[in-house]
Write a protein that binds this ligand. Structure first.
Ligand code: SF4
Ligand code: SF4
Ligand code: SF4
Length: 335
């Protein structure tokens, strides 16, 4: 072997061996990786990508043939809702030194996790049967095995419950956000490259809330009415919560530089619970109760209290948009 080739092989061996996988994902986390723009070239200079179904044609059998722990870091996005995703989560865990839950879906179950208010049959009913945009006269729903004249076709089974990655396998680090911002991604990559990783189990993000990063200041103003964004004629340049718009900033971990607020849109909670908070929705409900003046609840009639509560349209979707699977109450109890 020529010296040059030997040197190249040696350098290549030193490169980080990375993998990316998407499970129950919208693809946004994959795009977020490309959103780091030209920094992707810096990543390419120091890393080889061994597996990335959205971009390169590595087969599952190629991953199965890899030695255990031969992938240095696997970034896994999407939640786990099918047999195939569970298999890949277990396989990539086995093959990777570090497994990073990348994005809100992997970290807390994400938007797909809202399906935990239903089960598989109900999801299939809405997706394939009771759907104004779908014509399905034979009422066909996905089956794990279908016989066709060429043989038997198979599909992975679809589970009743959506899970976060760490409800399926052991996770080393968490990178929240829907999707994580380019800065958050580069912070994580930098920590890996410089071997400055925080303790196992850490969330790679600051120990503060979105309110701490928000350009608006919160005062002690109480509100009487909850409004949706479209109901507010003119959004003023002040805390949205104090204008009656539900903003999950007080209950959400920062790290995104409060980017939604820069666009005058409320935080919907994609950074997950604030540090030391067990349940993001419960924390937000408590923050909302105090600003709504529910502390004087004992002086209000049941009807008045109910009227205030009824103003929250879609409470599960509002308070647990990105994290129902990891909430204290994490699914509807089914018969
Ligand atoms: S975290 Fe957001 S962007 Fe990433 S896969 Fe889930 S829904 Fe898509
Ligand atoms: S509640 Fe929302 S708008 Fe108000 S300070 Fe916090 S993040 Fe900003
Ligand atoms: S402001 Fe809230 S919803 Fe928007 S990116 Fe930040 S954490 Fe996510």
């Amino acid at each position: 072997m020529s010296k040059q080739k030997e040197k190249k092989e040696k350098n290549d061996k030193k490169k980080l061996q990375l993998a990316f996988y998407w499970a129950a994902s919208c693809g946004g986390c994959e795009i977020a990786v490309l959103d780091i723009d030209e920094k992707i070239l810096d990543v390419a200079a120091i890393a080889d990508i061994l597996f990335w179904p959205v971009a390169i044609d590595t087969k599952y059998k190629d991953v199965e043939a890899m030695e255990d722990k031969s992938i240095d870091v696997c970034f896994f996005n999407g939640s786990v809702r099918t047999e195939e995703q569970e298999h890949l989560a277990k396989l990539l865990r086995q093959k990777s030194k570090f497994l990073v839950a990348f994005g809100a879906c992997a970290v807390n179950g994400g938007i797909p996790g809202l399906a935990n208010v239903a089960n598989r049959d109900e999801v299939f009913k809405v997706a394939y049967l009771d759907n104004p945009s779908t014509e399905n006269k034979e009422k066909v729903t996905p089956k794990t095995k279908v016989k066709v004249k060429e043989g038997t076709l198979t599909l992975p089974s679809f589970y009743d419950t959506v899970k976060s990655l760490d409800q399926t396998v052991d996770v080393d680090y968490y990178l929240p956000g829907c999707p994580p911002t380019p800065d958050q991604i580069m912070t994580a990559v930098g920590a890996i490259v410089e071997n400055k990783l925080p303790p196992k189990g850490s969330i790679i993000g600051p120990l503060k809330s979105v309110c701490d990063e928000c350009r608006f200041e919160k005062t002690e103003k109480k509100i009487k009415q909850i409004k949706r964004v479209y109901e507010v004629e003119k959004i003023e340049d002040k805390c949205l919560l104090e204008q009656g718009i539900i903003c999950l900033g007080p209950a959400t971990r920062g790290g995104c530089s409060a980017r939604c607020l820069d666009a005058n849109m409320p935080c919907t909670g994609c950074g997950g619970p604030t540090p030391n908070s067990l349940d993001q929705g419960a924390k937000m409900i408590s923050a909302l109760a105090s600003i709504l003046g529910l502390e004087g609840e004992e002086k209000m009639s049941d009807e008045e209290v109910q009227k205030l509560i009824d103003q929250v349209v879609d409470p599960v979707g509002t308070f647990y948009k990105y994290g129902l699977p990891t909430a204290l109450i994490n699914r509807r109890v089914m018969q």
